[in-house]
Design a protein around this ligand. Structure first.
Ligand SMILES: *[C@@H]1O[C@H](CO)[C@@H](O)[C@H](O)[C@H]1NC(C)=O
Ligand SMILES: *[C@@H]1O[C@H](CO)[C@@H](O)[C@H](O)[C@H]1NC(C)=O
Length: 213
């Protein structure tokens, strides 16, 4: 008897499993609903159009005029590109003028890959063992920044830089180290105590980055 029942139970559990495993084709973000750790809620299928799966903004250089770092990013994250919701990737374009720099920062939610399309950059990251991996890259080179690690890019040439960027999340997140330290009202004395920098330097950087305290 047991011999007969076991295969039947097995087949039933397979059927149950496949029902539970059935997935929706896509979950285009309903940007009117709040973002959550699991992404946005899905737009009603009847409201989804092909334009939810197309982002057209990466053909134009981002406007770097007036930026302190002579660089600008055009994001194609879920907020700009609802079709990537739940798919685990997103894109961006980085433009840098001569002297441009993307200050050291981290994306808590994503690994990143960059492809140099124009110009020459030095890109690098710091591991949690504080080893620095950096290299000067030219057109056609791809570099990866593992998830969560502090990284940077600088224009290493004398011409415009264009970089295509992809992330392993629809919403990679961003924390820029200098802004975290100097663009807020964290008291300078506490910044000094926790960073070992001296107060005049901290006050100078707070003035530059718009912090108080
Ligand atoms: C879907 O489209 C209808 C009609 O255009 C609109 O009233 C409704 O708010 C939309 N719903 C969502 C979830 O986008
Ligand atoms: C670029 O940004 C500057 C400063 O914000 C602005 O004055 C200028 O009009 C912008 N240029 C374009 C083409 O949008």
């Amino acid at each position: 008897m047991m011999r007969m029942i076991s295969p039947i139970i097995f087949i039933f559990s397979l059927l149950l499993f496949s029902c539970h495993a059935a997935v929706q084709d896509f979950c285009v973000a309903d940007l009117t609903a709040p973002d959550t750790p699991a992404g946005y809620a899905c737009k009603k299928a009847a409201n989804v159009t092909v334009d939810d799966f197309v982002f057209s903004g990466l053909g134009v250089a981002a406007n770097t005029t007036g930026t302190f770092n002579k660089a600008a990013v055009t994001p194609a994250f879920v907020a700009q590109f609802p079709g990537v919701n739940g798919l685990g990737f997103s894109f961006a374009r980085l433009d840098m003028e001569p002297g441009g720099v993307v200050p050291i920062h981290t994306h808590p939610g994503a690994s990143e890959a960059i492809l140099v399309l124009e110009g020459k950059i030095t890109a690098g990251f710091v591991s949690s063992a504080n080893t620095v991996y950096y290299k000067t890259l030219k057109k056609g080179d791809v570099f990866i920044f593992p998830q969560g690690l502090l990284h940077f890019q600088v224009n290493a040439g004398s011409t415009h830089v264009q970089v295509f960027v992809t992330f392993s999340s629809a919403n990679p997140g961003l924390q820029i180290l200098d802004l975290s330290l100097f663009s807020n009202d964290f008291p300078s004395e506490l910044v000094a105590a926790t960073s070992f920098l001296d107060i005049p330097q901290i006050k100078k950087l707070k003035a530059f980055f718009g912090g108080t305290g």
